[in-house]
Write a protein that binds this ligand. Structure first.
Ligand code: PA5
Length: 335
């Protein structure tokens, strides 16, 4: 809970760190953001944030390999908070071999070590957070880098977002957390990345199953599952209202709420705050994060642990040790 209260200050710090970083003004015609879990959320948010603004293809790649089109005209952000996530390291090595333009974000680990060895610019993040709690550091530097390259200008939006986060910090979202307890949280929004972030935070912090889906796509599949009234009695549906939905999306939300209300446990709306898209997205992220911590308390679990993720990473290291193989590929690049 402590760290979440510092979120607005972490945003200011993240912006400062990125502004002071030595980032080349790369020329590129497409962008791929590589990362997993908490380290991928910044990419997801950036993609949604700039969808109507940046006339470039942006892909968030959560895989072992870069897509086939990645080439020397591709900007690759390789993001791993720990710097030791094998999927991200593997994509980083692909990016090096394909001569992509690369910027790394990491607090250390192999990613930082290899980037330093190959003189690849890295934004070094402060250590000591859970990756998912370090979101300001994993997202805002992306915005700052694109600003430095004069592709966007979101200075005013950044200021507004940070002010609004400060206001949210003073509010209490206990009632919503109570409602989600012992039920299946179902998160819908036309801000797809924000809905997914909330779901992931409920999974990792609150140790609960959760679902997320996005308007308008969910009206073509997910919604139909609610025709079966017996199956969904325990669902607590939360609709994250982005605040600038088109008439079409508003009509879809109203229709969906009407369809669900008699078959689920509850339907609640959380409204975004602020004018700019960044403030509206980030306000919902912050409220969702708060609720996930509150629900962790109610569930009596430690939000700062994710034991099964740690166990799997250990098992992969023992059984396969991909990082060792990647290290050899990196070695041949630096000679
Ligand atoms: O939030 C978490 O702890 C996870 O989702 C991690 O972000 C994920 O396992 C990837 O690790 P890292 O962020 O260190 O690359």
């Amino acid at each position: 809970m402590n760290q979440i209260n510092k979120f607005p200050e972490m945003c200011l710090d993240a912006i400062e760190i990125a502004k002071n970083a030595n980032i080349p003004s790369y020329q590129f015609d497409k962008m791929i953001i590589c990362g997993m879990g908490g380290s991928a959320v910044g990419g997801d948010l950036l993609k949604d944030l700039l969808r109507d603004e940046l006339p470039l293809s942006v892909e968030v790649s959560k895989e072992y390999h870069l897509p086939a089109y990645a080439d020397e005209k591709t900007l690759v952000f390789a993001i791993s908070y720990s710097g030791n996530t094998e999927e991200t390291l593997s994509q980083f090595v692909d990016a090096v071999e394909r001569k992509c333009k690369i910027i790394c974000l990491s607090s250390g680990g192999k990613l930082r070590e290899w980037a330093d060895r190959l003189k690849i610019p890295t934004i070094v993040l402060p250590a000591g957070f859970q990756p998912r709690a370090a979101l300001p550091y994993l997202f805002l530097p992306l915005v700052v880098c694109l600003q430095k390259m004069q592709l966007i200008n979101l200075e005013e939006e950044l200021k507004e977002a940070i002010e609004i986060l400060g206001e949210i910090r003073l509010k209490d979202y206990n009632e919503l957390a109570d409602d989600l307890k012992d039920s299946m949280p179902v998160i819908y929004s036309d801000f797809g990345a924000v809905a997914r972030r909330f779901k992931n935070q409920l999974n990792e912090n609150s140790k609960t199953q959760a679902k997320a889906d996005v308007f308008p796509e969910l009206n073509h599949n997910e919604m139909v599952g609610y025709e079966n009234k017996k199956m969904n009695r325990n669902d607590s549906v939360v609709i994250l209202r982005s605040g600038d939905e088109s008439q079409e999306i508003k009509t879809r939300i109203e229709f969906t709420e009407g369809l669900l209300k008699d078959s689920v446990k509850s339907v609640n709306e959380i409204w975004a705050k602020g004018k700019g898209r960044l403030a509206r997205m980030f306000s919902l992220v912050y409220i969702g994060d708060y609720i996930s911590y509150k629900l962790a308390d109610l569930n009596g679990v430690n939000a700062d642990e994710a034991k099964s993720i740690d166990m799997l990473k250990k098992e992969l290291k023992e059984k396969i040790n991909l990082v060792e193989k990647l290290e050899k590929r990196i070695g041949s690049q630096s000679q």
